[in-house]
Design a protein around this ligand. Sequence first.
Ligand SMILES: Cc1ncc(COP(=O)(O)O)c(C=O)c1O
Length: 424
Amino acid sequence: MSTSDLALFGGPRAVPEGLIKPWPEIRDEDKQAVMRVLDRGILWGAAGPEARTFEQEWADRLRIGYCLTSNSGTAALHMAVASVGIGPGDEVITTPFSWTSTATCILHHNAIPVFADIDPRTYNIDPQSIEERITPRTKAIIPVHLYGLAVDVDAILDIAQRHGLYVIEDCCQAHGAEYKGQHVGTFGHVAAFSLNGNKNLSAGEGGMLVTNDERIWQQAARLQQFGERRVKDGSREYNAYGMGWMYRTNEMSAAFARSQLSRLDETLHVIRENAAHLTSELDGSLTYQTPLEPPDRKHSFYRYSMLFTPERAGIDVPVEVFVQKVRAALSAEGVNVGRAEFVIPSMTLFQEQTGYGRGCPWTCQHYEGAVEYRAEDYPVALDTIKRLVSVIGLKPPNGRKLMDSYIAAFHKVFGSLDEVLEAQ
Ligand SMILES: Cc1ncc(COP(=O)(O)O)c(C=O)c1O
C-alpha cells in the first residue's frame, strides 16, 4: 500500500482537470477574420486577398524577399526541395530526429535521404556528422530547428559553402526562433514553416515557404499550382511548365493565420515566460536536464523538452523503464507529456525501402549510390529518443498557474521516486 499522495496511487492530481487550455487559443478577432472571408465570398485561389496579404506579412516579419503559402508544412518542404533543383539520383542530408516529412519531402522529389547524427545537448543535426556523410551525390542539407532551437547555423552554412550544397531550413517547429538575432528561415537558400494546429503560429493546417531568390520562389510556385508559372498580378496562363501539385492554402485558413500572426509576439512572450519559469524552478536536478538555450540563440519552445539521466543520479534502473514510469506518474498528475517514438531511418518505409513501389527512388537508374538505414548508425539520436520527454501546454492562455501546477507535479513525482519506480 502506498503512503504517498501520488495521483498514480489515487491521490489528488497536481494539475486539476480542465486547467490546461487548448491551443490554438481562438479569440473573437480570429472568428471575425474568418467571417470577413465568408462575407467577402472569395474562398480560394493562390491570388486570394488573405493568402497574398499573409505572404507579404510573413515575408515582412522575416525581412525576406518572397513567401509562398501552402496547405501544409510538408507541402512547403516538398516545394523547397523541388525549388532548388533536387531530383532523381541526388542525396540530401538531414536529421534522423524530426518529424517524418523532413525526410519524406526528399523522397517526394525522387531523391535519397541520408541521415547524419545529432548533437546530444541541442538534439539538432551535428555538423561534424553531416560532413562525414557527404558524397559526390550530395546536393543539399535539410537542418531542422527542432523544438524551436536554431541549429548551429554558421557551421552548417560553412559546410554548405565548402561543398557547394543547398541549405533548406526546416522551420516547421520554429516560428520566432532566432540565431544571432536573426529569424530562422533566412539563412539558407529556402525554408519551410508549418501552420498546423500544434505550432506556435497556427492556421489549423497550412505552411509557408520563404526565400530571397525569385527564381526559387517561381520554381516552388510551379508545385503549388499544377506546374503553372506564378504571375505576380495573380492572373493565370493555365500552362503546366513542369510537374505540379495542388498545394494552395484557402482563404479562411490564411485569414485565421493572419489574425494569429498579429499576436505572435504576445504568444512567444508567454511561451518564453512559461519556459523560463519551469527552468528556474526545475533546473539543477541530476535526474534530468532542462532545455539548453545557447547564448547566441533565442529558443521559441515549440516544445519544452526534458532529457532524463537517471544514471547521473546513481539510479540503477534501465533508462527506458525509468522514463516510462516517470512519464506515467507525470501523466497521472495531469501533466501533458509527449515523446518521439522513432528515429526516422528505423521507420518501416526506410527499412523496407518501398518508396513509390518497386523500391523507387532507391532503385532508380539515376541513383548511383547505395544507402542502408541502420538505427545503430545514429547512436546519439537513438539514445536521445529513449530519454527525451516533451512537456506540452506552454502556449497561451496557459500561464503561471498551469506552470506552477506542473512544477508541483514534478516535485511530487521526483520526491517519491522510489514509489514511482516500484509501481507496476
Ligand atoms: C519538423 C517538422 N517538419 C515538417 C512538419 C510537417 O508539417 P505539416 O504537419 O504542416 O505538414 C512538421 C509538423 O509536424 C514538423 O514538426
